[in-house]
Design a binder for this molecule. Sequence first.
Ligand code: TYD
Ligand code: MG
Length: 453
Amino acid sequence: MAKAKSVFACQNCGSQSPKWLGKCPDCNQWNTYAEEHFEKTTSARGELSLGSREEPTSIGDIDMAEEGRVQSGIGEFDRVLGGGLVPGSVILIGGDPGIGKSTLLLQAVAAVSQRGLTCLYVSGEESQRQIKMRAERLGVDSPKLLVLSETSLERILEHVKKIKPGLLVIDSVQTMFTSTIPSAPGSIAQVRETSGSIIVLAKKTGLTTFLIGHVTKDGAIAGPRLLEHMVDTVLYFEGERGHSFRILRAVKNRFGSTNEIGVFEMKEAGLAEVSNPSEIFLMERPLQVPGSAVVCSIEGTRPILVELQALVCRSFLAVPRRTTIGVDHNRVALLVAVLEKKMGAKLFDQDIFVNVAGGVHVDEPAVDLGVIAAIASSSREAALDPKTVFFGEVGLAGEVRGIAQAETRVKEAGKLGFERCILPASNVAQLKHINYPKLAAVSSIQDCWKLLF
Ligand code: TYD
Ligand code: MG
């Protein structure tokens, strides 16, 4: 059989087909198939492929070279990475245009280079002078920080071989191209090939590498899904337009916990760390307003207090709306059902909106009680006590179940001046030694209602 010389690939998800398709069967997008030619040439990746042959070894005999992590000194950044940079790891970071990816990495790289590690920052989007202008603005300067404006993979690899940096940043994988493939830069084939080569290089030489990736309309990193599997860590840099707060979130991390978040604020002179996010998220909270409840969510290793807002209003639709931002939609539907069945709330003709203030996502069952309290508060037009925090998972029978790390959460609430915590009875039993804030034990939502309304 003759070898096909071209293949059609979806430019959204990377799915391939031998013939053109109008609609991608994988991601259901229309008009995303484009022809990509490939020729059998020796790719840069082939040349680099892990040369040294390994023999199977007993796990006890494997020599653990001291793989010390390198800290950048930017606390929030290091924490999201699981406590610093692991040599040889590849980190993919995605985010909307203009959110601050280049700024964050330039600051991080400058901080690392000041600790004596040679760093190479390659930008395919900005010229050296533009990078310098940004650096001036950020006030970063270090003799060990090298910048390069280049898009050709082959030339970048040459420079890397010559300079032997300890840290490499590729400012956007979508701008890089290799001449071994005829497709245009940014196409799936190019992204796959160039990032593949860089990853192999990183693994082979122990070079820590950051890849910046653009995101698609719906927020996923553009390029082949495969890319996320190939790298060690995937970070997303998010933030609301018009807000100066930015959240760095790990969605995959082979060397640390996911769900860890780092909070930054974009200022005149770059990104500044926010070391006490609870304070920030609660700053503009309206007091004595129905529908607002404070909950505590554990993000990675850190408790964060956030405000949950619910709005319940008369619906004019045949099927009332249930809209949630920052909390799981199905979970809210379940809690609304519990509320109707167990507490006799009439919500079938009401639109329900639930929002987590500050653009945070909470996906722990421990916020259930807060969701229920906020919805009930809005539907009854009765404000909740602003000095109370809610903890607890709610079951289908209306029971309130214990949660993990209750003590950490209670302490965080105390630190921020909350006077009362409503939490599951099973947790209160273990927290007898805490006398501030006041702990109110509940074992069902009926108990909770007695305290609230
Ligand atoms: P940038 O890092 O270029 O975003 P990305 O690489 O994700 O596309 O960030 C650009 C935005 O950040 C721009 O809108 C201006 C803002 N900014 C500041 O507010 N202060 C600064 O010191 C810098 C460098 C940028
Ligand atoms: Mg950029």
